[in-house]
Ligand binder design. Sequence first.
Ligand SMILES: Cc1cc2nc3c(=O)[nH]c(=O)nc-3n(C[C@H](O)[C@H](O)[C@H](O)COP(=O)(O)OP(=O)(O)OC[C@H]3O[C@@H](n4cnc5c(N)ncnc54)[C@H](O)[C@@H]3O)c2cc1C
Length: 387
Amino acid sequence: MSWALTPLTEEQREIQRVAREFAEREIAPHSAQWDRDQYFEPALVRQLGDLGFLGMMIPEVYDGLGLDTLTYLVALEEIATVDASVAVMLSVHNSLPTQMILKWGSDKQKECFLKPMARGELLGAFALSEPEAGSDAAALRTQAVRDGNDWILNGTKAWVSSGTKGEVILAMARTDTPDDRRGARGISAFIVTPDLPGFSVGKKEDKMGLRASPTVQLHFSDMRVPGDRLLGQIGSGFIYAMQSLDNGRLGIAAQAVGIAEAALRAAAAYAAERKQFGKPIKEFQAIQFRLADMATRVASSRALLHAAATAKDRGERITQFSSMAKLQASEAAMWVTTQAIQIFGGYGYVTDYPVERLFRDAKVTELYEGTSEIQRIVIAREMYSHT
Ligand SMILES: Cc1cc2nc3c(=O)[nH]c(=O)nc-3n(C[C@H](O)[C@H](O)[C@H](O)COP(=O)(O)OP(=O)(O)OC[C@H]3O[C@@H](n4cnc5c(N)ncnc54)[C@H](O)[C@@H]3O)c2cc1C
């Protein structure tokens, strides 16, 4: 059912096949258990690294595969079709910290961090949100103060995906002072590693879905960060984070398309096999129409995503396009997984079948990397930004 509306090249189809086979062989047999146990399998990082999947868009000179965005998203969708928790780890790593270091990092930062990240030896995380700063991320409070060549950071970052495993965390902190607050321009980006004195992992969230992806708070308590861990320019960290989220939102859209595709396949298969009133339920027009609407929303979400990805690969500005792709795909994933449960009837409501997990996993795609409300704000704002 997973046809691509953008014609894929031979290479793209090959990478899609590798991702699908890996996901079916190494991840699918364990997904339900990992979800139940809230277990993140560390061996996956090295395995995905060996396949090059942790350096998909990193140039070969930095040990990555140097692929385009569309190829990366096609592979990510395949992983998400099997396990959304593994997909978010891949999405965050490939879209946010690695791209930030690639774009704004120094040669030394690329050597020390980007190369091992591309090889899958170090996993990346992204720490923008705070307990009091979610949608209004520029209101973050974590403070960085200069001390000689170093910076001393104090504050708490919230909701950090892969935070317990994140060995390279791109953390945004204020570098302006209380007497000279500069809003979004007062925020800088730092490369933080768990070995820094004053770093600690706090509360692990007990989540509705995406349970195999650890989401944690991080505490920085007089954390001493060497001066060469500042990324790019002082005061540009928020801009870097926002620009990177244009890429990140494509990854979340691919995750949502994968979840929806999995729900569609499961529902279509179940409708062919489940009999009521003496015939398979797929014979009822109510079920057929539901499946037709589900397939249409999956296909249109994928089409918009692939169009946004190819626009990015042509070097176009995609802020509006990526918000549209994320909004469309995440709301489609929530709707499609809800319909899948309806097709399964009571069996959709229990853990014997995968659709209840897909439904729980779909919800977060409407929340993170900007809620649906924030995507609508971005889309509407962009309509007027060039007039
Ligand atoms: C599982 C998970 C993983 C995450 N991973 C990461 C991560 O790795 N790194 C990271 O930095 N963050 C991460 N986040 C945080 C995520 O990005 C935030 O949860 C999200 O941005 C929303 O912020 P909030 O939860 O504080 O909600 P709030 O900002 O408090 O929003 C509450 C409600 O108000 C609405 N709202 C807010 N402002 C407006 C407005 N101006 N107009 C209309 N409606 C508005 C929102 O849409 C929402 O419905 C993660 C979150 C989750 C749940």
